[in-house]
Design a protein around this ligand. Structure first.
Ligand code: PNS
Length: 166
């Protein structure tokens, strides 16, 4: 599998400015970057996968910093590494905000390497996004707060139109 092709996987429920920062910077490092909405069996989702995919596509298309080498998709057919094999990606890129993220991501990185010899690269967020998480955004949006400082404009507009009741 190619070390020039990478996947940024995640629940993206919803996409945040932290996600966009990692996507933007990872796209500069690889020839081809797949941003993939993946079903996380351990989490109860707020938004259906199709909605998260639409928001991610719109957020990336509207972001001037995102290059032309980004492919957006979704995967709910099985293992993440099966998708990596399908697109010949040798690298997974994950954003790491804290030691909590390191503890959460490390076992997955080790398992994915054993399953398919795929390397995981951890990227530190820009400090301005270090405290942003989808779960906080869900909570703030659910309680009627303004999430615009934490999410791309397309996501803020969507959450603002009352669709958060989904
Ligand atoms: O944004 P998240 O929820 O932290 O992303 C986690 C995700 C979806 C990338 C992870 O749960 C995942 O890879 N799910 C696919 C199932 C899989 O491949 N599991 C085995 C390796 S961990």
């Amino acid at each position: 599998m190619s070390s020039r092709i990478a996947v940024v996987p995640g629940s993206f429920d919803p996409p945040t400015l932290g996600h966009l920062d990692v996507i933007r910077r990872a796209a500069k490092l690889y020839d081809e970057l797949h941003v993939l909405v993946v079903h996380n069996p351990g989490k109860e989702a707020m938004l259906p996968i199709a909605q998260r995919l639409t928001l991610l596509e719109k957020s990336i298309a509207e972001d001037e910093g995102c290059g032309e080498n980004i492919v957006v998709g979704s995967w709910s057919m099985g293992l993440l590494v099966d998708y990596a094999r399908e697109v010949n990606a040798g690298v997974l890129v994950k954003g790491i905000r804290s030691q909590v993220d390191v503890a959460y991501e490390s076992p997955m990185a080790i398992v994915n390497r054993h399953l398919a010899d795929v390397e995981t690269v951890f990227m530190l967020p820009d400090p301005s996004h270090a405290m942003v998480s989808s779960s906080l955004v869900r909570q703030v949006a659910g309680l009627g707060g303004d999430v615009a400082p934490f999410v791309p404009p397309a996501v803020a507009a969507f959450l603002d139109t009352g669709a958060r009741g989904l």
